[in-house]
Design a protein around this ligand. Structure first.
Ligand SMILES: [Zn+2]
Length: 301
């Protein structure tokens, strides 16, 4: 059990009845990882609060101020999809720091995981789709500025395209962005990544894994990365309310294996974030995320 993980569950947002954001999955994931002994308690860390200087590596001052003080205009807050509150702010700050600390650990020790993050719909001046700040972009910019890495590769396998992340790194050859996502799913205005694999609604294990397996070697070759950040979204699962794909638990476990084996074979450190997951039964989503934790734990052995 050498895997180190970051998890912040102290700042749960209180949501109205019937809200689509699955707040409970974060504490269920934490409890499951501990009870299945995938991570040792002393290796499960509480992230601190991200520094403003780090947020500003990617986000505009106006946007950070608006989030922090609850002064975004109501339409903008609605686009984020979560109501403003003090826990909303605190949680947004801690999620980013979780990915900063996990990526920092990964560069030194080979792998680490944030039990949150992958908030890839956040743009420099706005958020949407339950994403406030772009944790992955901030963590990469920070490691680059410290000269701990030169090049990074983002493997984004959330079912929704990482439009915000792709916008941040557009025209930046030092960060390779790979997205495999539902062609007809949110976001409806996509932003091109370095390589997009678009999937039809209803895509199942076989086609998904065949396309992933053929793309990954080319992705890592082109990326020449010092760090991979993997967005292991649970929303391609067949039981997801928002995913529209038909991947099984076994298919998603094989997906994680393919990504992590590729990183291992190329000797590339990897930081894992969980990204989305909106199961009709939320325990299905948690089970997919726990498979990812298990794969990451095996990687570290
Ligand atoms: Zn998603």
């Amino acid at each position: 059990m050498s895997l180190h993980c970051w998890s912040s569950t102290r700042y749960a947002i209180t949501l109205p009845e019937g809200h689509r954001f699955p707040m409970s999955k974060y504490s269920l994931l934490r409890e499951g990882a501990l009870s299945q002994r995938l991570v040792a308690p002393e290796r499960l860390h509480e992230p601190s609060r991200v520094a403003h200087a780090d947020l500003h590596r990617v986000h505009t001052t106006d946007y950070v101020d608006g989030v922090e003080h609850g002064t975004l205009d109501p339409a903008h807050q609605r686009r984020i999809g979560l109501p403003w509150s003090e826990p909303f702010v605190e949680r947004a700050f801690r999620v980013v720091q979780g990915t900063i600390e996990a990526s920092d650990h990964a560069v030194t020790h080979g792998i680490a995981m944030n039990f949150a993050g992958g908030t890839h719909h956040a743009f420099p001046d706005r958020g949407e789709g339950f994403c406030v700040f772009n944790d992955v972009a901030i963590a990469i910019r920070r490691l680059q500025s410290q000269q701990r890495i030169r090049r990074a590769c983002i493997i984004d396998l959330d079912v929704h395209q990482g439009n915000g992340t792709n916008a941040v790194f557009a025209g930046d050859d030092s960060v390779y962005t790979f997205n495999m996502h539902g062609a007809k799913n949110f976001p409806f205005h996509k932003v091109a990544s370095s390589r997009d694999e678009e999937l039809d609604d209803g895509t199942g294990d076989d086609e998904y894994l065949t396309r992933l397996e053929s793309a990954l070697p080319e992705v890592v070759r082109a990326a020449r990365a010092d760090l991979v950040v993997y967005l292991a979204g649970a929303d391609p699962h067949e039981g997801d309310r928002l995913g529209r794909l038909k991947l099984t638990f076994d298919g998603l476990a094989r997906r994680d294996e393919l990504v992590l084996r590729t990183c291992r074979e190329t000797g590339t450190p990897v930081c894992v974030t969980i990204a989305g997951g909106y199961g009709r039964d939320i325990t299905d989503t948690v089970r997919v995320h726990l498979q990812t934790v298990a794969a990451a734990a095996r990687f570290g052995e």
